[in-house]
Design a protein around this ligand. Sequence first.
Ligand code: CAA
Length: 259
Amino acid sequence: MAEYGMILTEVQGRVAIIRLNRPKALNALCDQLMDELGQALRGYDADPAIAAIVITGNEKAFAAGADIKEMQARRYPAVYLDDFIGKRWEAVTFVQKPVIAAVAGYALGGGCELAMMCDIILAGDNAKFGQPEINLGVIPGAGGTQRLTRAIGKSKAMEMILTARMMDAAEAERANLVARVVPAAEVVAEAVKLGEKIAELSAPAVAVAKEAVNRAYETTLAEGVKFERRVFQALFATEDQKEGMAAFAEKRKAQFRNR
Ligand code: CAA
């Protein structure tokens, strides 16, 4: 496994855990950290021993955003030519396996955007979500205006993005930003449990399900439903479909081969 300076990696069973690890800077997402995160994600995505990936921070901060001190002197057109921050940040959106954000503490700016790039967000009860970029004279730049709006609706997203108001964990759950709220100290263990549950299922079915849900964000209802039907049909070519349905009929637990 590669040596990293700003993340910690660990594998529990078939679940990989990537811990953002710049605690003194509240896990501010600098270039090096994002490069390391991308490298770790690509490695685990390619590793057949891994079924799901958890991204987390520490109890005080998932991540307090892009590194303000690193980016403050950047200028146009360099940011444009470098495609700041697209190239570096989108690694998580190319992962085929489920990625779970286990969020305790602050998930602000790019931290909130990183969590929203993941497939499922589990929140610790001390989590705080926000897009405070407006206070810096800019706007969210890693998908916040788009993904937050799709997740919680226009009015709430506008309020948060235009005023920098933070949302606590309970409100984030009510607003459907997060799947569930758990005690902060247990958020990683809960995310790993979720990953382990997914690891028992048919990997092709899981990957196809993820792709189909994500298609809902990219296309019309008619096209999305058609895509879903085609990949649903394609799964009948897998031995896992035969096993899953036979196990149901025989009242036993399915033993999927493609895990
Ligand atoms: N970038 C760089 N450093 C950061 C940082 C960030 N986003 N967030 C926190 N830090 C640093 C602080 O500068 C401080 O460092 P020093 O000890 O060297 O002074 C250290 O982390 C601890 O932070 P605070 O002393 O501020 O801690 P606090 O508990 O008083 O406040 C906080 C916590 C409310 C989260 C506050 O740190 C804060 O407001 N952070 C910035 C949040 C923000 O604006 N995020 C958006 C960034 S822009 C962005 O993300 C663009 C995008 O869309 C991609």
